[in-house]
Design a binder for this molecule. Structure first.
Ligand code: UD1
Ligand code: CA
Length: 454
């Protein structure tokens, strides 16, 4: 099969009006990746080299995404959205090349697997001219129904065109269709638009192929893999499936999830074996966690690298560019952004460390803040190895603290500090013996004098 040349055509131009959104439907994300991105990833994993994506006019962000995710893909603009067959024909320039197999997929069907793609290609390899990937469902509403006679697929009927009897059919069209390359263009060109929606339906290729005596085959896939998204409710259902699969996959590779259903992953989260993740943790894109690390409850991580054996949380926030070396400790109510935290360093309580580097084994006391922003630019704070920053210190960037430095608690540090120095940046403590009692007497007398007058 791998010898056969293969062109996937992904239809992504539809607006998806039932989403009630200004964003093109296929740009809505699950696992923080737009729907169409999931389809492109699956196709790449299925060995597709060339791909065609049909986009709408004014969908530059979609074209940019396609170029990022699949540099070899070509984008084709469907100017008027006249239906799925019309959309496929927007890619005519590549359909004209002589691919052995052509697969049409929908950008709004993100959970499709390489196995399902393989099943369709397999039938083409065995000689079918048209292959439809169908699925059985208890909730067929909205899907095209596969009409069969004596076990043979004779037509696909869209919801709006179906008779009451046809609507009872529970075998539905996933939208994924395979075509023998030599038959594809002729079939697509023969499709008309005489139906309830006045659209050119890709699904009509089945009836036309049958009339021409071509071989039409239906393969039945898994409902979960092929569910399409037309509404926000369906978007949430697919997100749930994506998350369930992601949780299952990380546990299979040796990660402990104490309460899997409360942990949320992004499409690109990488967690090494022997990491433990406590309940209620959210991974936004760009996170890698190395072996032996513990992510404690209620933490949010994005664009962060967590080194081996590090601990994060509970209630920690790692923002983009947070890089924790091995065995670093980030504790409760700590925010780290664009900062390197060295091996074994600790930032355990109530701190903001941004645009900074913290040397190995340094200890950053509770309430320490890097003042990295002056309203215009961001500035860097560098802290050497083995330093100790006392609680509630304010580090005003740009700032360099050497290694082995001691910062007295409550300091405001504005100037460079050399290695092994003690720095105290606060008012001196002054003690006035007996003065408190004197003040109390004075205030009491004043209050009594005031109440006699009134
Ligand atoms: C389609 C199928 C239906 C199937 C269902 C599976 C047709 C006629 N119907 O219905 O049989 O059960 O998917 O989810 O094919 N698109 C374009 N240009 C267009 C129209 C659509 O690019 O002019 C794209 C959309 O962006 C979307 C995909 O094609 O990604 C499917 O379109 P949609 O309107 O969602 O079709 P359904 O009504 O769901
Ligand atoms: Ca759809």
């Amino acid at each position: 099969m791998s010898q056969r040349s293969f062109l996937p055509v992904v239809l992504a131009a539809g607006l998806g009006t039932r989403m009630r959104s200004d964003l093109p439907k296929v740009m809505h994300p699950i696992g923080h990746l737009p729907l169409v991105g999931h389809v492109l990833k699956t196709l790449a994993a299925s060995g597709a080299e060339e791909m065609a994506v049909v986009v709408g006019p004014d969908m530059e962000p979609l074209e940019t995404l396609v170029k990022d995710l699949a540099p070899s893909a070509s984008c084709h603009v469907q100017v008027d959205r006249l239906g799925t067959a019309h959309a496929a024909l927007a890619a005519r320039s590549v359909l004209e090349k002589s691919f052995d197999d052509i697969l049409v997929l929908f950008g709004d069907t993100p959970l499709i697997t390489p196995e399902a793609v393989g099943a369709v290609r397999n039938e083409l390899a065995k000689g079918a001219d048209v292959v439809v990937l169908g699925f059985e469902t208890e909730t067929p509403f909205g899907y095209g129904r596969l009409l069969t006679k004596n076990g043979k697929l004779v037509a696909i009927r869209e919801e709006k065109d179906a008779s009451d009897d046809e609507r009872l059919v529970t075998l539905c069209n996933s939208g994924i269709m395979g075509f023998a390359g030599k038959a594809a263009l002729e079939l697509l060109d023969a499709i008309g638009n005489a139906n309830a929606k006045g659209e050119y339906y890709l699904t009509d290729a089945v009836e036309i192929a049958n009339e021409r005596g071509l071989t039409v085959v239906a393969v039945v896939g898994n409902e979960e893999d092929v569910q399409g998204i037309n509404t926000r409710v369906q978007l949430a259902q697919c997100e749930a499936v994506f998350q369930r699969r992601a949780r299952h996959a990380v546990m299979e590779t040796g990660v402990t999830l104490q309460a899997p259903e409360t942990v949320f992953f992004a499409h690109d989260t990488v967690i090494d074996p022997d990491v433990t993740i406590e309940p209620n943790v959210v991974f936004a894109p760009g996170v890698k966690v190395e072996s032996g690390a513990v992510i404690r409850a209620f933490s949010h991580l994005e664009g962060a690298h967590v080194g081996a054996g590090a601990t994060v949380g509970p209630y920690a926030r790692l923002r983009p560019g947070a890089r924790l070396s091995d065995n670093a400790h980030i504790g409760n109510f700590v925010e780290i952004k664009n900062a390197d935290v060295g091996a074994g360093a600790k930032v355990n309580h109530l701190s903001y460390i941004g645009d900074a580097s913290v040397g190995a084994k340094s200890n950053i006391g509770a309430g320490t803040i890097t003042c990295n922003y002056d309203g215009f630019g961001k500035h860097k704070t560098e802290i050497g190895a083995g330093s100790f920053v006392g609680s509630n210190s304010t580090l005003v960037a740009p700032l360099k603290l050497g290694s082995g430095v001691y910062v007295a608690a409550g300091s405001v540090v504005t100037d460079e500090v050399s290695d092994d120095a003690l720095v105290i940046g606060r008012g001196r403590q002054v003690e006035k013996p007996g003065r408190a009692e004197e003040l109390r007497q004075r205030f009491k007398a004043a209050k009594e004098a005031g109440s006699k007058q009134s």
